[in-house]
Design a protein around this ligand. Structure first.
Ligand code: TYM
Length: 335
């Protein structure tokens, strides 16, 4: 069985984009892969996090992942900072990745914004840590949303350079697993911008914790255009908001935009938004209530995460020890 690795940041809560673009796919892949899923708290502190909030949000994110259907008995779920191998391999990768490669990363440019000089150095080397997350397990398949594609290409460049520089065939090539629908869920206020937990407007996103009334209000207010839904997918090309809502509907029903249009062509946004709201509430309400149930027993949740960390370290430590040996460390540390 191929090994899957993926991660999610705990900061700021979870959105419909995280669910449709990534977690939904994690759940699907569990049937025929060995999966390792991680709440990436090391990545979170690349931008300022209040310590108490980070602690709480890390547990909440783990609960959300479980509530979406990740099975911790068959697969591994843990917090990134609890397995030292990630930071150890990331340091080696900091010395393998080239500045020129990092300078091309669009997400750094977006996140650092205009005031680059005051961004943390962690934010800059963020993709090297992400490469370490994956390669520490020799994972080969990585389910993510479309926005992570460039980071995964970099992870392959790093693996190739490591293998080349040290004359080995140690880190495998990784393959992004990106769904046809849901891989780019856009803002409800602007169909050209990604739906994101860091958007200042809460109206721009559906949070997985939103209740039915909030979801209904956000969808009712979602930006649209005055035309009815078309019958052909091509006609959505320059209607980003309509395309986004149709895409969300398709992803939630595990179908595709053409089938959604088949069913709803000619309809105005009023009835379509009602149908979409009903679908969202049906899908998301059980996730929110299961998340709350899991959070009500934090002892059980932390036990599960501790066991996940032990199982993860048992895989990653020998791989990272070997990487350290390959680069020339004497290696006297007890493992
Ligand atoms: P993060 O926390 O921003 O997002 C988690 C996952 O959700 C996907 N996603 C989306 N998909 C579709 N539409 C959207 N609007 C949307 N917003 C987010 C992301 O693509 C991602 O798959 N760097 C990563 C976390 C990470 C990771 C890794 C991922 C750390 N190490 C190793 C894979 C492998 C991140 O910040 O994701």
């Amino acid at each position: 069985m191929q090994r899957v690795f993926s991660g999610i940041q705990p900061s700021g809560g979870s959105t419909l984009g995280n669910y449709l673009g990534a977690i939904r796919n994690w759940v699907k892949l569990q049937d025929d892969h060995d999966c390792i899923f991680c709440v990436v708290d090391l990545h979170a502190i690349t931008t300022w996090q209040d310590p108490a909030a980070l602690r709480q949000q890390s547990l909440e994110m783990a609960a959300v992942v479980l509530a979406c259907g990740v099975d911790p008995a068959r697969h591994i779920l843990f917090l990134q900072s609890t397995v030292r191998a990630h930071a150890q391999l990331a340091w080696i990768f900091n010395c393998v990745a080239r500045l020129g490669w990092l300078n091309r990363m669009t997400q750094f440019k977006d996140k650092a914004g205009k005031d680059r000089e005051s961004a943390s150095s962690g934010l800059y080397v963020y993709p090297n840590l992400m490469a370490a997350d994956i390669h520490a397990y020799h994972a080969t398949r990585v389910p993510v949303g479309d926005d992570q594609r460039q980071h995964l290409e970099l992870a392959n460049d790093i693996a190739q350079k490591f293998n080349h520089d040290y004359g080995v065939d140690f880190f495998p090539n990784i393959e992004p697993v990106i769904l046809a629908t849901g891989a780019r869920v856009m803002s409800l206020r602007d169909g050209t911008k990604k739906m994101s937990k860091s958007d200042p407007s809460d109206q721009s996103r559906i949070n997985l914790s939103d209740d039915a009334d909030t979801i209904a209000l956000k969808i009712r207010r979602a930006k649209t255009d005055p035309m009815p839904l078309p019958s052909e997918v091509e006609e959505l090309a320059d209607r980003p908001e309509a395309r986004n809502l149709v895409g969300i509907y398709a992803a939630l029903t595990d179908s595709d935009p053409a089938s959604v249009l088949n069913e709803h062509a000619g309809q105005g946004f009023g009835p379509f938004k009602n149908a979409l709201t009903e679908l969202l509430v049906t899908k998301l309400a059980p996730i929110a209530s299961e998340t709350n149930r899991l959070l009500s027993d934090q002892g059980a949740l932390t036990d599960l995460l501790r066991s996940g960390a032990e199982r993860a370290a048992a895989i990653a430590d020998p791989i990272v020890n070997e990487a350290e040996r390959l680069v020339g460390f004497v290696g006297l540390r007890k493992s």
